[in-house]
Design a protein around this ligand. Structure first.
Ligand code: PCA
Length: 202
């Protein structure tokens, strides 16, 4: 069984996106059970790419990653909302202003990743982690919503969801974790998701 792991490219205000580096680092050592992709930070192209990946690869589990610049911990996201609404433009200069992602779609989807087990596994390694109830309303929420919507519509039970990571630690006091810690954290989450998928429990 394969897990689809995605990250994002840089975007305005983020010159190096740790989610891209984490995906590349894990892909280099887990060729047998991880399919990796880096998505563009643009609503239409990111959606097209994730649709293609879900269709062509039929992964047994999906974890999408992105950076949240103000957060200090690994944030396991609980809800995807049916809204694009951000003051910053995407990389194609599109500014989304309160538009639904899917017309007449569900207002929200919940993550089907094993969030409590992931949190416990990270806490056991002393990695800062929390479950978050809001993934924002920009590209990360968009991809999270599209993944959950497509899998739900297709009746596919693959555990799927979104994790926000903080920036790479820079100086004391600023939000951030060392890249090596974030790679370790996401590998642990990958293992938890694959274990859940293997049980076919959802
Ligand atoms: N973070 C942004 C989009 C891409 C990324 O890595 C977000 O939180 O929506």
């Amino acid at each position: 069984m394969k897990l689809l792991l995605t990250g994002f490219t840089p975007f305005p205000g983020v010159d190096v996106n740790p989610s891209q580096l984490i995906v590349e680092a894990i892909a280099a050592v887990r060729r047998s059970d991880v399919l990796a992709a880096v998505l563009p930070v643009a609503y239409g192209p990111a959606e097209a790419q994730i649709r293609r990946l879900l269709h062509d690869c039929a992964p047994g589990a999906v974890i999408c990653l992105g950076v949240a610049t103000q957060r200090h911990e690994i944030n396991l996201e609980r809800f995807a909302l049916n809204i694009n609404d951000a003051t910053i433009a995407d990389n194609d200069s599109v500014v989304a202003d309160g538009r639904p992602i899917v017309h007449d779609g569900a207002m929200a989807y919940t993550s089907t990743l094993p969030l409590a087990a992931m949190r416990a596994a990270l806490q056991a390694r002393d990695i800062p982690v929390r479950i978050s109830n809001h993934a924002g309303a920009y590209l990360c929420n968009h991809v999270f919503y599209v993944v959950r919507h497509l899998l739900t519509e297709a009746g596919r039970s693959a555990p799927s969801g979104f994790i926000h990571v903080p920036p790479i630690a820079d100086h004391d006091g600023a939000p951030g974790l060392p890249l090596s810690v974030m790679v370790e954290a996401i590998e642990v989450c990958v293992d938890c998701a694959l274990e859940t998928a293997g049980k076919g429990a959802l």
